[in-house]
Design a protein around this ligand. Sequence first.
Ligand code: FES
Length: 275
Amino acid sequence: MFKILDKQVFSPIIKQMVIEAPRVARKCQPGQFVILRIHEEGERIPLTIADFDREKGTITIVFQEVGKTTKQLGTLEAGDYIKDFVGPLGTPSHIENFGTVICVGGGVGIAPVFPIARALKEAGNHVISIIGARTRELLFWEDRMREVSTELFVTTDDGSYVRKGFVTDVLKEIIEERGKDNINLVLAIGPQPMMRACCNVTKDYGIKTIVSLNALMVDGTGMCGCCRVTVGGQTRFVCVDGPEFDGHQVDFAELARRSATFRAEEQRALERHTC
Ligand code: FES
């Protein structure tokens, strides 16, 4: 059992938890994820690690309540326990001094961008971060992202905070302003349509773009095939080959179709849970 040490509510649907998981904290690297299960019969859900503290033996997760399991998770409080918390899983982010890197975090995707941006800055990169959300209420960790970025840009879809627009608008502006040859890498994490849109922008400029995919998962060890995705015409497994891939090679249309496979069941489970 894994104890929830702290819980912060960023908005009615976005929550942060610090989990006591010393063995995960000892080994995890930026870009990796955990699979958790709230109770014995619960669904397994993957969540990318948002932060870790090796000394305290803790892992920070940030999640958005979108279905039954994340809603149930959101009802737990500090002092409660989670049945399973398996990790670290997946391949860590490739960190080196690339030069200038743009890190884009959309919505709850801001959380997994944070440790990667931090590692990239520590490696000597000029880190330009762009964070965005639908509204001000859904934006979080602006202060933390500022700490690990050389420059930070903030945007909201509805204009309720800082500037109005999408992260892709800012991304395009920065590339135009600085010149495509002065941007060495783009990292984009967030909802699938956002990552796809970022890739569409950078493809025109020929800038390598890494995305972190959020596929459905069961075992997390490459055996069940649930997280299968096509990258560059090859079948890859998000849980072991990813979660990060070259975004220009990802078949996003297939990923969207596969992600929607159990939507009806997910909706029924959510209705049963909330009724
Ligand atoms: Fe089973 Fe990736 S979750 S193969």
